[in-house]
Design a protein around this ligand. Structure first.
Ligand SMILES: [Zn+2]
Length: 142
């Protein structure tokens, strides 16, 4: 994982907790092979389509993305956008998204091609094409 994304991930968990929301990070860095394997889901193997990105085409492949879910209790992980566990009249999911955006993440739920609600990424201004050609956030920041 990119160190800045790692820091933001920890802050996200902490700040969500402060609002009475427990989250779990279900995914972070993915190798190109792992990405190709999940790309096959719903296409060559059973299940629903979970991604439109082949290996090398996801920000996960560059350590720049995480996926989250709500974890109201130890053995209960949910992907429920309506759930209001802290009972403040707002969707916990959207509260987490709001915190994430303040930390600099963009949210997969805003993607027009494929709404990916658990997905948060930091692109540091780099497109997937640039990343594929070897550009890295470090090149931009220093
Ligand atoms: Zn993701």
């Amino acid at each position: 994982m990119h160190p800045l994304v790692e820091d933001a991930r920890e802050l996200l968990i902490h700040q969500a907790n402060q609002q009475g929301i427990s989250i779990i990070i279900t995914d972070g860095f993915r190798s190109v092979d792992e990405q190709n394997a999940i790309y096959k889901k719903g296409r060559e193997t059973d299940g629903n389509i979970v991604t439109y990105a082949k290996g090398g085409e996801s920000y996960h492949n560059y350590g720049l993305a995480i996926d989250f879910a709500l974890q109201p209790s130890q053995n209960n992980v949910i992907w429920d956008l309506e759930y209001d566990g802290n009972q403040n009249g707002q969707s916990d999911w959207m509260e987490v998204v709001e915190i994430a955006k303040l930390l600099g993440f963009s949210w997969g739920g805003d993607f027009t091609r494929f709404s990916d609600y658990p997905h948060l990424q930091m692109d540091f201004g780099l497109s997937i094409t640039e990343l594929k050609w070897g550009k890295r956030p470090e090149d931009v920041t220093d």
